[in-house]
Structures are given as structure tokens and as C-alpha cells.
Ligand binder design. Structure first.
Ligand SMILES: C[S@@+](CC[C@H](N)C(=O)[O-])C[C@H]1O[C@@H](n2cnc3c(N)ncnc32)[C@H](O)[C@@H]1O
Length: 327
């Protein structure tokens, strides 16, 4: 890495803050339907005009906003991602990144002590921060569900268990793709409050049921021929991963499939930039969470009695993949 590349890396947070500040100020909705001049934008967003002028020009330089004459508007590519009117907007996810920005500045403390930041108690109660997190998962799924459905072959399968199913987006997408499939979403009670809302809105309450419980301790019944574990393993340590996958494997009927969706590292853990950085994200907030390589997860699945591994890339983020194994 040369000096210019290093400086680009260490100032990457400037770009992030420019975009997240636009989100925080509600700027993007104001820039969606009309092009507007600085004075109007400053009035609507209640910002200082000189400061807003600089933010707007940075957003133009980043390619999210275009400037014609003295008027600004979101680019055609950015509008579906940044306008709250768009069903594919990523604003809930950007909001989470904004909320967590300050915590990333505490990474040195966490690395020195080896202990995560104090837990914020997500998922157990249906509080606002649980809703914000599940809305962010849903926003991500609206971009990722299509790739997962393409990569997962559930032909002939009848009952899917979606472990830590979050907003339910993947169960919904898979049930839509496979009309004879029904799904059970297992999650903690706080999350399930919001899951039910999404499933109801999708008109899927007749095909999708809910199971409130803790995946570390729940006794799984042997009634599934497909199990999805999407973005779960990175929250827990290697021993807990092995234990969970072994118990899930036992809940599979003969020839059942287990699908693990993760941000996978390469085997040496040295070449997968985004999954390696996401591992730091998990270091900040969990006692043992981290990202894992395809090889590590395959090893656990093999020990759990599964075979016939298939790797597929399902990228929204770099390194995102789906590992399928059969009982
Ligand atoms: C990162 S989200 C992934 C959600 C979803 N699978 C997806 O890929 O969008 C983690 C999910 O696991 C759930 N969860 C966390 N700990 C759990 C536990 N001990 N038992 C059951 N669910 C849990 C959370 O409520 C949340 O819905």
C-alpha cells in the first residue's frame, strides 16, 4: 500500500460521515422529487446555508447528488437507495451505522481489554432499538433476498426452520418462490413482535408460523427438511457455532438441507477485506462473535454429520455467501 492508498483508507470515515449526516438531517427525502437551490434546502432542513453548501458539494463529489446550475437533486441511481418513499431504501441500515459510529472510535479499548462494549440488550424486548435493528435487517434483505432464493434450491422441501429469522424476509421470499413450502421462524420474543408485522404485511400468516425461544437452549423437533441460519454464526463463538449446528443437524429429516448464510472469510483470513472488518464490528459488541471461513463452517457441519457441501456467492456485501450441506 502506498502513501496515497493509505491516506484514502484512513479518511474513508469522512465519506461515511458525509452520507450518514445527510441521512440524519433528512436531506435525502428533500432532494428526491425536485431539484432545489441551497437557500430552499437550508430552510427546509433548518441548516446553516454555508455549512450545508459544503455538505452538498461533498455529496455531489461522492456521486450521490447531482448539481445543475444552482440546484441539487439525488442522482437517479441514489434515489431508490436514499429516498424513504422507495421500497428498496437503505435508510434504516444507514441509521444503524450512524448510531454505532461513535462506538467504532472505542475499538482500541476493546482490542486492548478483549472485552466488548456494554451490551445494549437487543432482541429480548420489543423496544425501539430492537425495531430499528430489525428494520435495518429488512432493508438489507430487500436487496439480498433475491440472491438467496437463486442460490438455495428448496424444490420438494416442505418445512423450513428459519433460525433467528429477524424480519422474516428470507422465509417470505422462499415461501413465495416455493408454493408448497411452509416456514417456522424461530427468534427471541422482542424481535418476533416486529417479525409478525412483516409477515402479516406480506400476507403470509397462513404459511409462516413463529417459535419464540433461544437457539442456544431450545429443544428442536425433528420435523424440518430445510434449515436456514442466516447471519447468526458471526454473533457467537466457535464452540457455540459447533453446538448449534450439531443440534440443528439433528432436527433435520433424512436428506434435509442446512443453509448457512454468512460473510465468509477465505481460509487464511488474509484476503477477505469486508468480512475481516465485519469481524471487528462483532468484536465491539459481542463476547465471542467473529466472522468465519468457509472451511471452518464446513468443518463444524461435517462433525455434525452433514455432507455434500455447496458454496455459492450471494453478495450484497463482499464475501457474503451461502453454504449448503445435506444430512
Ligand atoms: C443479525 S440478525 C439476522 C436476521 C436474519 N436471519 C437475517 O439474515 O436478516 C440476528 C437475529 O438473531 C436473533 N437472535 C439473536 N440471539 C438469539 C437467540 N439466542 N435465540 C434466537 N434468536 C436470536 C435476533 O433477534 C435477530 O433476529
Amino acid at each position: 500500500m502506498n502513501a496515497a492508498e493509505l491516506l484514502k483508507v484512513v479518511t474513508a470515515y469522512w465519506s461515511a460521515q458525509a452520507v450518514l449526516t445527510g441521512t440524519r438531517l433528512g436531506l435525502f427525502d428533500v432532494l428526491t422529487d425536485h431539484s432545489r437551490d441551497l437557500r430552499t434546502l437550508a430552510r427546509i432542513t433548518r441548516c446553516d446555508a454555508r455549512a450545508l453548501d459544503q455538505l452538498l458539494h461533498a455529496l455531489v463529489a461522492l456521486g450521490l447528488v447531482k448539481k445543475r446550475g444552482d440546484r441539487f437533486r439525488l442522482t437517479a441511481q441514489a434515489a431508490p437507495l436514499l429516498s424513504s418513499k422507495s421500497s428498496r431504501n437503505l435508510l434504516p441500515l444507514l441509521q444503524i451505522h450512524h448510531d454505532r459510529f461513535a462506538d467504532w472510535a472505542k475499538l482500541s479499548r476493546v482490542v486492548r481489554r478483549g472485552k466488548p462494549l456494554p451490551a445494549v440488550g437487543l432482541f429480548v424486548k420489543p423496544v425501539a432499538r430492537t425495531r430499528r435493528f430489525i428494520d435495518a435487517m429488512e432493508a438489507m434483505a430487500r436487496h439480498g433476498a433475491h440472491g438467496l432464493v437463486e442460490a438455495a434450491n428448496l424444490s420438494g422441501r416442505r418445512h423450513l426452520l428459519d433460525v433467528g429469522g429477524g424480519s422474516g424476509a428470507y422465509s417470505i421470499a422462499l415461501c413465495r418462490a416455493y408454493p408448497s413450502l411452509k416456514a417456522t421462524i424461530l427468534d427471541l420474543p422482542g424481535t418476533l413482535t416486529f417479525t409478525r408485522k412483516y409477515v402479516r404485511e406480506a400476507g403470509m400468516l397462513d404459511r409462516i408460523s413463529f417459535l419464540a425461544g433461544d437457539y442456544h437452549s431450545l429443544e428442536f423437533r425433528k420435523e424440518y427438511d430445510a434449515i436456514l441460519v442466516s447471519h447468526i454464526l458471526h454473533s457467537i463463538g466457535p464452540k457455540a457455532c459447533q453446538a448449534l449446528l450439531t443440534r440443528l443437524s439433528r432436527a433435520l429429516r433424512r436428506d434435509g438441507v442446512l443453509l448457512v448464510r454468512e460473510f465468509f472469510l477465505d481460509r487464511s483470513r488474509t484476503r477477505s477485506t469486508w468480512p475481516a472488518l465485519f469481524s471487528l464490528n462483532m468484536l465491539l459488541w459481542t463476547a465471542e462473535g467473529r466472522t468465519y471461513s468457509w472451511y471452518e463452517v464446513e468443518t463444524w457441519l461435517r462433525r455434525a454429520g452433514l455432507r455434500r457441501f455447496r458454496r455459492a456467492s450471494v453478495p450484497l456485501h463482499e464475501g457474503e455467501g451461502l453454504l449448503t450441506a445435506t444430512r
